[in-house]
Write a protein that binds this ligand. Structure first.
Ligand code: GLA
Length: 782
């Protein structure tokens, strides 16, 4: 709902539970008045604003006739530099005469159907009637306009923002900073959460109090990056998953971005998000305009979990393409961690046969199938099958896999080229590099210059050829290096500052073309794991590989952090071998499943070498996953206990009407005489009685070593052959849970599972979790 008081020029945007209020100030600037719980749109808003009754010392007065008003103490929507606001500007322009002062006043507004900007990923109205408030601001002296777009996603409690900068003058100028959004509010002990990391350590939760000064997170890597996700949370101190007030801000962009949180000397908070102003400049010629990426704001007064669900719902309904919304995803096998580059056609077929027996539905052939690609030193760019390795060719190989009973999918990395490739020999000028420097490499590869149309045409054609050549149902679109040597031989000296953004537009153009051309192909985005895990990519590809780290414990942290913005229905999550090659940590096969089943499940290990025990366990896991797939992939996601702060991870998913839920509990270390547990099932329905069972899962008795006599009623030499043979076959079932408990008790008191191991032995009622142990519980309406 968008309410406008045309006389007073107040703008009141309402979602189901929130209000966002702006007004045109007496100075004609667009002011930010309120963002929080829903307010009555009929009431006057004067009381919401800060009082300015007397001149404040050492400020720049905006206009002589009103000494009480200065821009430095105003809450603004489009702040600029040069008229007395000393905080970060949202827009910074260098004009032809060398001046950098701008000043924008309200000109007019309109309410329209959500407009479509083809060149960039953006939220889509799809079937809903979504309205956008457009407020136009103008710098009269410079003849520059800013279109401020506010789109209201009522049901999701999300408001999207973007600014479009227009040169309506007859002189060019240079934009040096062009934020998508600016939000000003007062400070009240805010805590900032960012989701930071590195390769194999993506989206770790990082909290700090917002003190006076500026905090900036950004990416200069050319991708949104695993260093900092373009999503932040600002919460009142003490806010937790269920209680407290919090704001989220996310950017729909996959390249260099920045997010700024500033607390001024007067304790005013400013939040900005947009394309990184570092290393960016954009010449805007007369009559040209510059459209910024869309930013998404949300507010919740019922804690962080609600905030996350606002984003999850928005992503599920207005970001993911309709064809893939709510569409169950196959259990896949990926050969990467099973073989790396070292595979033959026969090995792949054997893997596929075994995959079928386990219940897997999709076979994905990862890196190494094309050109001269036998290692990561060569071949990228040559998108034709390597017949030495795969004499059958793609079409027949896919057919063979299909005959086994599996769909076939393929890995590609189209944005890259190895110097050792035919493509590079033919087009050495297609890469991003400066003619004066030897280019620097990442994973032995260079980046193709997607600002060039012929490069884009080549990629579109070569990927189309692959898809047309065989029955391909899935494509993993990888991107494995960050940018260096940023220079395009297609741009003049005035335009080099555009390159990183033009690259993104080029990438989006390719993805738009291919994903529309092949709507039935399931595209999965990947960038060395989660180096480009952002709202932008999900507009084209409905899922992404969350991280290259498949360790059963670290993955809990990665999923937990990722879930603040992203639903589990976009997270590719695979069970790999143990010990993990990333951490050399051993975790149980059952734990690895329990972690990854809250996501898009896959297996990525040499399944031709499984023991009987492992085969049985995996079959059982996949059966469970398929039975509960809709709930696990698309259920509402609840965080209960935080592994960043405690020895446990507790998470749950529920269906819409709460008649079904799955709870996952994970223990990091087995502490001596662990405290008693009660699991806060705040998400359940108090009026429902639940039948609670646990997933049937098994111990491998190898775990007990010489203690096996305590666990089993048999005596065995734990170093002997008999024990070795037995441990690869014997299925030692874990304790069974079977209770009926009323929802009001579960919500008000919590769920109490069977007693944890206390160091004194186990029986059929003791829940031995051990280090990195887990359990899944299924709650069903009785
Ligand atoms: C990246 C991906 C991996 C795998 C390899 C193949 O690292 O993240 O999953 O596809 O590339 O080279």
């Amino acid at each position: 709902m968008i309410h406008v008081d045309k006389k007073l020029l107040n703008f009141h945007l309402q979602t189901k539970h929130t209000s966002y209020i702006m007004r045109v100030l007496p100075s004609k600037h667009l002011g930010c008045v309120y963002y929080g719980d829903k307010l009555d749109d009929k009431k006057p808003i004067n009381h919401l604003e800060a009082k300015h009754e007397i001149e404040i010392g050492n400020q720049v007065i905006y206009e002589e006739h009103d000494k009480t008003f200065n821009l430095n103490l105003a809450y603004l929507e489009m702040p600029t530099y040069g008229k007395g606001d000393f905080r970060e500007p949202a827009l910074h322009i260098r004009y032809d005469d060398g001046s950098r002062t701008s000043d924008f006043h309200y000109l007019k507004h309109d309410i329209i159907d959500k407009p479509i900007f083809k060149e960039m990923p953006e939220t889509k109205a799809y079937k809903d009637n979504i309205k956008t408030l457009v407020i136009i601001l103008k710098d009269d002296y410079r003849n520059v306009e800013v279109e401020m777009h506010y789109t209201v996603f009522y049901d999701q409690d999300v408001i999207s923002r973007r600014a479009i900068y227009k040169n309506t003058s007859d002189q060019s100028f240079i934009i040096e900073k062009a934020m998508s959004m600016n939000f000003d509010t007062f400070s009240d002990q805010y805590q900032l959460t960012t989701f930071d990391g590195a390769w194999i350590r993506e989206r770790m939760i990082n909290k700090r109090l917002v003190e006076q000064g500026i905090i900036k997170i950004d990416s200069k890597k050319g991708v949104s990056s695993s260093d900092h996700n373009p999503f932040i949370v600002l919460a009142k101190d003490q806010t937790n998953e269920q209680y407290g007030k919090c704001y989220g801000f996310g950017l729909i962009y996959s390249g260099n971005f920045e997010a700024i949180i500033e607390r001024s000397p007067y304790d005013m908070i400013r939040v900005q998000m947009g394309i990184n102003s570092f290393d960016f400049y954009w010449e805007l010629k007369p009559q040209e305009s510059f459209t910024t990426p869309e930013a998404l704001m949300s507010y919740s007064s019922s804690g962080l979990n609600t905030l996350s669900q606002n984003y999850h719902n928005l992503i599920k309904n207005h970001i993911i393409k309709p064809d893939w919304q709510g569409k169950e995803r196959p259990v896949l096998f990926n050969n990467w961690e099973a073989t790396f580059f070292d595979f033959t056609q026969r090995k792949l077929i054997n893997l596929a046969k075994q995959a079928k027996k386990l219940g897997i539905e999709l076979f994905v052939l990862d890196d190494g199938w094309f050109g001269s690609r036998n290692s990561d030193t060569e071949g990228l760019g040559d998108w034709t099958v390597n017949k030495k390795k795969l004499p059958l060719g793609l079409q027949k190989l896919a057919k063979k896999i299909n005959d086994i009973g599996l769909d076939f999918g393929l890995w590609v990395e189209p944005e890259m080229v190895n110097p050792k490739s035919d493509l590079y020999k033919e087009h050495p000028d297609w890469v991003i590099k400066h003619p004066g420097y030897k280019p620097s490499f990442g994973r032995n590869q260079l980046i193709l210059d997607l600002s060039k149309e012929d490069v884009r045409t080549y990629i579109k054609a070569s990927i189309s050829n692959i898809i047309d050549s065989a029955n391909i149902k899935y494509m993993k679109w990888d991107m494995n290096r960050n940018f260096s040597d940023i220079y395009s031989n297609a741009l003049n000296h005035k335009s080099q500052g555009k390159l990183m953004h033009l690259y993104q537009l080029g990438l989006y153009d390719i993805l738009e073309y291919l994903t529309n051309k092949y709507p039935e192909v399931l595209f999965e985005s990947c960038a060395s794991g989660g180096n480009r895990f952002d709202l932008g990519m999900f507009l084209y590809m409905p899922q992404a590989w969350t991280s290259d780290n498949t360790d059963g414990y670290t993955r809990q942290l990665i999923h937990y952090g990722t879930s603040y913005c992203f639903p589990q229905s976009v997270m590719g999550a695979h069970v790999s071998d143990s010990p993990s090659s990333m951490s050399i940590r051993k975790t149980d096969l059952e734990t690895r499943f329990d972690v990854n089943c809250f996501g898009l499940l896959g297996y990525e290990l040499d399944i031709t070498k499984l023991t009987k025990f492992q085969k049985h366990v995996i079959k059982n896991q996949i059966k469970f996953y398929k039975e509960h797939r809709a709930l696990l992939q698309f259920g509402e996601y609840y965080r209960i206990k935080n592994p960043f702060e405690t020895n446990n991870t507790y998470i749950a998913v529920t269906n819409k009407d709460k008649t079904e839920a799955i709870l996952g509990i994970f223990q990091t270390l087995q502490n001596a005489a662990e405290g008693l547990e009660k699991i806060d099932m705040y998400m359940l329905d108090k009026t429902i009685d639940y039948h609670i069972t646990n997933r049937k899962s098994f111990f491998n008795i190898g775990k007990f070593s010489y203690l096996v006599g305590h666990a089993l009623p048999i005596k065995l030499n734990h170093n002997g052959i008999a024990f070795h043979t037995l441990k690869n076959r014997y299925l030692y079932e874990k304790e069974k849970e079977d209770q009926i408990v009323s929802g009001d008790q579960l919500v008000n008191n919590g769920f109490i599972p069977k007693q944890n191991f206390m160091g004194t032995g186990i029986n059929e009622s003791v829940r031995l979790m051990g280090d990195f142990g887990s359990r899944l519980y299924y709650f069903k309406k009785k």
